[in-house]
Design a protein around this ligand. Structure first.
Ligand SMILES: *[C@@H]1O[C@H](CO)[C@@H](O)[C@H](O)[C@H]1NC(C)=O
Ligand SMILES: *[C@@H]1O[C@H](CO)[C@@H](O)[C@H](O)[C@H]1NC(C)=O
Ligand SMILES: *[C@@H]1O[C@H](CO)[C@@H](O)[C@H](O)[C@H]1NC(C)=O
Ligand SMILES: *[C@@H]1O[C@H](CO)[C@@H](O)[C@H](O)[C@H]1NC(C)=O
Ligand SMILES: *[C@@H]1O[C@H](CO)[C@@H](O)[C@H](O)[C@H]1NC(C)=O
Ligand SMILES: *[C@@H]1O[C@H](CO)[C@@H](O)[C@H](O)[C@H]1NC(C)=O
Ligand SMILES: *[C@@H]1O[C@H](CO)[C@@H](O)[C@H](O)[C@H]1NC(C)=O
Ligand SMILES: *[C@@H]1O[C@H](CO)[C@@H](O)[C@H](O)[C@H]1NC(C)=O
Ligand SMILES: *[C@@H]1O[C@H](CO)[C@@H](O)[C@H](O)[C@H]1NC(C)=O
Ligand SMILES: *[C@@H]1O[C@H](CO)[C@@H](O)[C@H](O)[C@H]1NC(C)=O
Ligand SMILES: [Cu+2]
Length: 569
């Protein structure tokens, strides 16, 4: 309380000394996000989409490591919305993290919520997006976090930096696509086009003049800040005749990793250096979907999005621009190539704090499931209704947020009995599994973690209805990815091969199709933190849960109090 009073008094003092406007810039920066409808034309037809400040993709937030930014979010649209700062750990302050009915109730049309973005150790590229219904399809943008004054990039300073935001476009209203999927029980329609910086590219009519162009000078180096903001699709991304050198992911630096293409799963970011070292010409950059070969009818967006890297100078450009080599859409081996090579940059300025031993060991199976329908009348596999689960529990979203229920002791909102492993152990990745395994249970169960416990989670993919990849995202933390593989996790053998030296530090990691991944973190950020698959339809079907991370004894190890303007339910 005294701390708050002190900050308040300091603010009044600052106000008196500097005057209103200047004080904001001198201490905490303040931004305005107005969520509203705006008309956009893609694929030759116009439609209204929800935007921030009328922009699609939304505004980029430029920040410095360790900064706190205040964002006044006004909802001037006609639907509920929340905003999440993806990958920002928000130390001790889950209140403005954003996921609806987990840490807050929605900001309703006509109301306002003042949110804080509290940066600490993050440096590189993160992003923000809506965390309500499927509105994040158009409500998203980049967060670029520069090194602190006096420190520099751990690589040659690029000549320019360029956000590359990968997304999707539906001809229909995206929440209508969601609602139709829920009504029929089937797979919701895939997007009609993939996008690079909001444009499908010049392979489409009506996009030729607006196709994103990156003009480059021969000999210079460009830092691409690549974000997969797509709801559904994992993407292969490549640039014709140019190598890409990954130097960071999810707001953390990596050892340089040079590749012809990257696979970027929904929710992930990659910082990539592009050297303009080829013959002056123009070259396509392109992205396609990575999707497992359909065992059952599996719909995905099979289109190709393009943008152009164009060299400055006088030359006769080749026609058409050369096209990059991309893996086959179902090449699972290709999909793990970046993950296989990724290592954290570790030095004095960037220490690796991976827990060498763990106190809490969790095994979470991630499955696509189904519920039976009368007379097999639903549009999912064999007339069933699609569902999905973690440890066989399909999450029921409550109507009061879990954070509020926890903080104010409101009972009946959630249970704290989320199991630490699947009660029934079977050959998770076998080709044929009993149909009875497809039925999940449901509930609003969370797991409570003691302050400072060292946690390992092994996510185990299954072939219960159909195997596929699941990019799992944890709020409030980045975690070390210590191991992964195909098939079933072997608790005796696999930990012996863990990387406890320089594992990548990420906030979203894809569990490979019919495989597993192991992550570690220390539960030192008290609060309520969501964890979910970042494939939006899997999230809608129930592949999510939350952690309650308890306070420590010391006041500095405790959750901060809520702001006074939490949106009501
Ligand atoms: C960064 O530091 C330099 C000197 O160390 C100073 O001149 C400059 O104003 C600082 N910039 C910011 C944005 O604080
Ligand atoms: C990929 O799909 C092609 C046809 O689209 C099929 O022939 C091939 O077997 C598939 N590969 C894998 C690894 O599933
Ligand atoms: C892409 O998918 C559509 C259906 O969604 C199908 O009609 C079309 O043939 C597919 N194109 C390719 C190249 O596979
Ligand atoms: C994937 O890699 C495995 C092991 O290296 C190999 O046996 C398999 O043929 C590869 N599959 C494809 C589709 O390249
Ligand atoms: C299911 O099918 C049976 C036989 O065709 C029919 O009599 C019954 O009315 C159907 N039930 C529903 C709920 O549609
Ligand atoms: C659909 O039904 C057939 C026949 O009963 C069965 O072989 C198949 O595994 C079922 N598929 C799913 C996804 O339930
Ligand atoms: C909630 O319950 C706990 C333990 O039962 C108690 O210590 C705490 O003061 C309660 N908080 C509120 C806001 O009632
Ligand atoms: C999942 O839960 C359902 C409902 O309780 C149960 O019937 C099913 O056997 C469970 N499946 C597994 C794999 O544990
Ligand atoms: C929590 O862990 C950190 C790092 O291991 C340690 O510095 C700190 O003292 C611990 N705090 C408590 C309350 O155990
Ligand atoms: C918007 O949020 C309020 C508060 O939680 C809720 O009562 C209402 O049903 C929501 N509206 C829609 C359309 O979901
Ligand atoms: Cu998933």
């Amino acid at each position: 309380m005294w701390l708050i009073m002190k900050v308040f008094l300091l603010q009044i003092l600052a106000f008196l000394v500097f005057g209103g406007g200047i004080h904001c810039q001198a201490s905490t920066r303040r931004l305005t996000f107005v969520v509203r409808e705006a008309s956009y034309t893609r694929l030759c037809s116009a439609k209204n989409i929800l935007t921030v400040n009328g922009k699609f993709p939304g505004p980029t937030i430029y920040a410095t490591k360790g900064e706190t930014i205040i964002v006044d979010v006004y909802n001037k649209g006609n639907e509920n919305v929340t905003i999440h700062w993806h990958g920002v750990t928000m130390p001790r302050y889950p209140w403005t993290d954003g996921p609806e009915y987990i840490t807050q109730c929605p900001i309703q049309p006509g109301s306002k919520f003042t949110q804080k973005i509290i940066l600490s150790t993050e440096e590189g590229t993160l992003w923000w997006h809506a965390h309500s219904d499927w509105t994040r399809a158009t409500v998203h943008g980049a967060i670029i976090i520069y090194p602190k004054n006096g420190t520099k990039y751990p690589f040659h300073k690029p000549d320019r930096e360029v956000p590359i935001i990968l997304g999707e476009w539906w001809k229909n209203d995206v929440n209508a696509v969601r609602d139709e999927g829920l009504a029929t029980g089937g797979d919701p329609d895939p997007s009609d086009a993939l996008l690079i910086n909001g444009q499908p590219g010049d392979l489409y009519p009506c996009s030729k003049s607006d196709t994103f162009k990156l003009t480059v000078d021969h000999g210079k180096t460009y830092l691409l800040r690549i974000i997969n903001a797509a709801l559904q699709e994992a993407l292969f991304f490549s640039i014709a005749k140019h190598k890409m050198t990954v130097v960071g992911t999810d707001g953390s630096y990596t050892k340089p990793l040079t590749r012809d293409f990257i696979t970027i799963f929904p929710g992930q970011t990659y910082d990539v250096l592009l050297e303009a070292n080829q013959r002056p010409d123009h070259y396509y950059m392109a992205a396609i979907t990575y999707s497992v070969a359909p065992k059952y009818q599996d719909f995905y967006d099979n289109t190709t999005t393009t943008a152009i890297v164009q060299y400055n100078g006088y030359y006769t450009p080749s026609s058409p621009p050369s096209f990059p080599l991309l893996p086959a859409y179902n090449d699972t081996n290709a999909s793990v190539q970046v993950m296989a090579g990724l290592r954290s940059l570790v030095d004095a300025e960037h220490p690796c704090n991976v827990p060498l031993s763990t106190s809490t060991n969790l095994i979470y199976t991630v499955s696509v499931n189904s519920y039976p329908c009368v007379n097999n009348s639903c549009a999912g596999a064999n007339g069933t209704r699609f569902s999905s689960s973690i440890n066989n529990i399909s999450f029921d979203t409550p109507t009061v947020d879990i954070l509020q229920a926890y903080y104010y002791n409101i009972s009946g909102v959630y249970g704290d009995k989320f199991p630490s492993d699947l009660p029934l152990v079977f050959d998770f990745t076998a080709d044929y599994l009993p149909l009875i395994y497809q039925l999940p249970s449901s509930g609003t169960e969370v797991r409570v973690l003691e302050y400072n416990s060292t946690v390992e989670i092994v996510f185990q993919g299954t072939n219960v209805l159909a195997a596929t990849h699941h990019p799992m995202h944890l709020h409030g933390y980045s975690f070390y990815v210590v191991g992964w593989g195909f098939g079933n996790f072997d608790g005796n053998k696999d930990p012996l091969r863990y990387n406890l030296v320089d594992p990548p530090f990420q906030n979203t990691i894809s569990v490979p199709s019919n495989g597993w991944v192991a992550i570690r973190f220390e539960a030192s950020n008290p609060g309520v933190w969501f964890m979910h698959c970042h494939v939006e339809r899997h999230l809608t079907w129930g592949m999510e849960t939350a952690f309650i991370m308890k306070n420590g004894k010391h006041p500095e190890a405790q959750m901060l109090p809520p702001p006074s303007d939490m949106p009501p339910c």
